[in-house]
Design a protein around this ligand. Structure first.
Ligand code: NAG
Ligand code: NAG
Length: 298
């Protein structure tokens, strides 16, 4: 009896352990655990997700893309994480500059799945992928942002500020500046009234991050750099994964590249090295370095 249960559900232990190891930077061990899980149960989509993280952080983007498509029919059944696994697939495409493929994953899967689930995780994935494409210079169009309907209902949630930042960006990009302002005010109120850990972190790290991201959206690159640079080492505290928080790293680097004040843009090489330390062999990182050199030749 016990043997039956342990066999049936054992993959989930390996899959969960894999993701924990991955977030601790133990990529080799994480991959071993993810593979163990998937050998026991190829439908363990949390384990597929952990494996995608390892391939992303190791810079094994080609392998990552192949893995996601080869196993798509296995993980797309997992309704809670399927959108997120599509988001990982889109990240691999963005690394290669395959923007049309990433957009098509947004159109086909991510935006539609968000409209069906109304889940905050799906909202985050949708906002993140469009923002990342815009950082790469892709015109995603206001209509795509507007596909994320009824965002106003999330503005008082604040379960983690990581969500609030993605929500604020999406509202701004939709052109719904009033709801964005209401979100910002609601977040500020939440952080001032409560003293729990989440409120404290939201105030000290989340609010500057929120403001910096919105400064970038308003093309105020110097203020964005000035706001986000001092908190960059603490952003880990707001939650999300390394792969997810890379959107903030990319935005800070772009802010520095685009800023006019040499005090800001001269920070770029250091930030590029910091990112490469976290995320090896990133083609996107190479594009950022080229953009920096083009704007600020020696
Ligand atoms: C925030 O959203 C989560 C996930 O949908 C939900 O469980 C939680 O109750 C919400 N919290 C508030 C304060 O609305
Ligand atoms: C970035 O530029 C702003 C505006 O010019 C300036 O006030 C700030 O000191 C700069 N930031 C850093 C980290 O030097």
């Amino acid at each position: 009896m016990w043997y039956f249960f342990s066999k049936a559900f054992f993959s989930y232990l390996h899959g969960m352990y894999a993701f924990g190891l991955e977030e601790c930077g133990l990529y080799g061990d994480a991959e071993t655990e993810a593979d163990k899980a998937l050998n026991l149960n190829r439908f363990d989509c949390w384990a597929s997700h952990a494996k995608a993280h390892v391939l992303e952080m190791n810079g094994r983007h080609k392998e990552g893309k192949e893995f996601m498509y080869r196993t798509e029919d296995d993980w797309k059944k997992g309704w809670m994480i399927a959108t997120h696994n599509y988001w990982h697939t889109a990240l691999f495409h963005i690394e290669f500059g395959e923007y049309e493929d990433a957009l098509s994953i947004f159109d086909r899967e991510i935006s539609k799945r968000f409209l069906r689930s109304n889940s905050l995780l799906d909202m985050v994935d949708a906002s993140s992928i469009l923002w990342r494409l815009e950082l790469e210079g892709v015109d995603v169009g206001k209509d795509r942002w507007r596909k994320l309907e009824h965002l106003a209902k999330y503005i008082d949630n604040h379960s983690i500020v990581f969500n609030d930042v993605h929500l604020g960006v999406a509202l701004y990009k939709q052109g719904d500046l009033e709801t964005e302002k209401n979100l910002r005010a609601s977040l500020e109120k939440y952080t001032n009234v409560l003293s729990e850990d989440n409120a404290k972190i939201s105030k000290e790290i989340g609010m500057p991050l929120y403001d910096g991201m919105l400064d970038y959206a308003r093309c105020d690159y110097d203020t964005a750099a000035e706001t986000m640079f001092p908190i960059r080492d603490k952003v880990v505290q707001i939650g999300g994964s390394h792969a997810q928080r890379d959107v903030f790293v990319q935005t800070l680097i772009q802010s520095c590249i685009m800023s006019k004040d040499p005090k800001n843009w001269s920070l770029t090489p250091q930030l590029l090295i910091e990112r490469e330390t976290m995320k090896h062999d990133s083609l996107l990182g190479q594009r950022l370095a080229e953009k920096f050199r083009a704007r600020h030749p020696l």
